[in-house]
Design a protein around this ligand. Structure first.
Ligand code: ADP
Ligand code: MG
Length: 322
């Protein structure tokens, strides 16, 4: 596995079966993944970022063997999921989006059962060490139903690591989790990664992906619209937009290149006398942008500014057709 990606996804398509509604109506099957390709580098923390409904869980569930793909291929640790399902499964630990436990098992039993499922002999099990790693050693014998949401989440991480897979996948690990627990989970993930585990996590929080991930793929409507080192992506979100309404029409000034300046990343006429100017907030201020408009001889009548956020990054990446 030297040099190979930990996960390779090639032209993956998933169309869910058509749904039959009341009175025999049939709605067309949802195209959840419309040809997705990306590689997860070994040793990375890889973020799969996208809004609700983007197709993140569908992709994870295909890797987990819970959902059948329509076409395309997935290789996990070099094992094709169709041809080498067993080895692929052994190479990956998955923490699902939904928390489900038998409420009457204790954390220790949950891990032992999972080890049994993988056929790991008692002498080689490491339930105690895993409980230690996810800070649940003191809950070893508590009923799962008495654990807090954050503890359950951590127990799921331990459960996913029972068979010591080189890859750990977490589907929305911090959705609905408070700030402290989110921190704890991030630390746990970073720690596992330092020990050599390749981590994939899905999230719809840009901030979370930014903080944790080396590389981020953005997925929207079942398509990858960006796949970049985190730094490059965050630079795109560093953009700021100022919309300026002036006393007369701007078309002529635009045609003459009045807004084609190195400190203006993009300009767009919103109305004949209103223009949206995108700039890098690390390089220029909104005030400097306004000065520029005034120096062109316009009187500024109205100004609004906004930070570029993930939404804007989406819009930029999809050319406005998100
Ligand atoms: P995400 O995890 O990014 O929020 P999902 O993969 O859960 O997105 O969903 C992607 C799309 O597929 C959504 O439009 C969702 O409604 C649809 N979908 C998910 N699961 C099913 C299913 N079992 N049957 C039909 N459509 C589904
Ligand atoms: Mg999901």
């Amino acid at each position: 596995m030297t040099g190979e990606p930990a996960i390779r996804i090639d032209n993956l398509v998933k169309r869910y079966a058509p749904a039959k509604g009341a009175k025999g109506t049939v709605t067309e099957g949802k195209l959840a993944l419309g040809g997705v390709s990306f590689d997860v580098p070994q040793g990375s923390i890889f973020g799969l970022l996208g809004p609700n409904g983007a197709g993140k869980s569908t992709l994870i569930n295909i890797m987990a063997g819970l959902v059948n793909k329509t076409s395309g291929s997935v290789e996990i640790w070099g094992f094709d999921i169709d041809r080498h399902r067993r080895n692929a499964s052994r190479s990956i630990g998955i923490v699902p989006q939904e928390i489900v436990f038998d409420p009457f098992f204790t954390p220790f039993e949950v891990l032992e059962n999972q080890a049994g499922f993988y056929g790991i002999p008692a002498a080689l099990r490491r339930s105690e060490a895993l409980l230690e790693a996810v800070r649940l050693a003191d809950k070893r014998d508590a009923y799962a139903r008495t654990l807090s949401g954050g503890m359950k989440r951590r127990l799921l991480v331990a459960k996913a690591m029972v068979h010591s897979p080189p890859i750990l996948v977490l589907d929305e690990p911090t959705a609905g989790v408070d700030v402290d627990l989110r921190r704890q989970l991030w630390e746990l993930v970073a720690e596992l990664n330092r020990e050599g585990v390749t981590v994939v996590l899905t999230t719809h929080y840009l901030e979370e992906a930014e903080e944790l991930c080396d590389r981020i793929a953005i997925i929207n409507h079942g398509r990858v619209i960006a796949d970049k080192p985190t730094r490059e992506l965050v630079d795109m979100a560093r953009e700021k937009v100022v919309e300026v309404t002036v006393d007369r029409e701007l078309a002529e000034a635009v045609d003459q290149g009045a807004f084609a300046r190195d400190f203006i990343l993009r300009s767009e006429l919103v109305e004949p006398n209103r223009i949206a100017l995108t700039y890098d907030r690390d390089r220029v201020s909104a005030g400097q942008m306004l000065n520029h408009v005034q120096q062109l001889g316009f009187t500024v009548e109205d100004v609004t500014t906004r930070e570029a956020d993930l939404e804007d990054v989406f819009v930029q990446l999809t050319g406005g057709g998100a």
